[in-house]
Design a protein. Structure first.
Length: 194
């Protein structure tokens, strides 16, 4: 082999080495580019996943707030509806009071017509109280000797009776009523104070 040919072969070998090194470098660059692209894509996917989680949490929070708001509105509406006829029913109470007063004044009669009149008034009063109860109006149970409760009773007069305890009801002057367990008219009473 002559010297030129050897140099050509040597140059070819070197050229092949250089080409291989370039290929390796190119592959390495491509791998770096691919790895960087993969990392960028992974970071972007992770960022989007976190944003989606936050959006879902916000959506759930807004749904819960809307649900609570709807429930509160429904409750307020039901409450208003429940007590919408309160003033009308309170006006009816005056009618019931007058019937009771009439019955008290008729109790001494022994005449048969007087008894029938009394019986008729008692029936009217019973029907009227049943009507009130049907709409949620109930009489506050209160008797002489019961303890005075400012949540249920309104003290109009004071007594000073030694045989009775302090803050004891001595007389019921006017019956009280509740509408769906809310006091709409307290019982008017006379209370013992020592």
């Amino acid at each position: 082999m002559n010297k030129e040919h050897r140099e050509d072969v040597k140059n070819n070998d070197e050229l092949k080495d250089i080409e291989e090194k370039e290929k390796v470098m190119d592959n390495s660059k491509e791998n770096d580019i691919v790895e960087n692209a993969e990392t960028n894509v992974y970071d972007e996917v992770e960022s989007l996943r976190k944003a989606l989680e936050e959006a879902n949490e916000n959506l759930l929070r807004v749904k819960a707030e809307a649900d609570n708001f709807r429930k509160r509105l429904n409750k307020e509406f039901e409450e208003k509806l429940k007590f919408a006829n309160q003033s009308l029913l309170i006006d009816f109470l005056t009618f019931a009071d007058n019937l009771e007063i009439a019955l008290r004044h008729v109790t001494q009669g022994s005449d048969e017509s007087l008894d029938k009149f009394k019986e008729g008034l008692q029936l009217i009063l019973k029907q009227f109280k049943d009507l009130l109860a049907k709409h949620g109006m109930k009489e506050i149970c209160c008797n002489e000797g019961d303890q005075f409760d400012p949540n249920l009773h309104d003290a109009l007069m004071l007594d000073s009776i030694d045989d009775m305890e302090n803050n004891t009801i001595t007389a019921v002057l006017q019956k009280g009523y509740t509408l769906h367990d809310r006091v709409v008219r307290p019982t008017k009473v006379k209370v013992n104070k020592k």
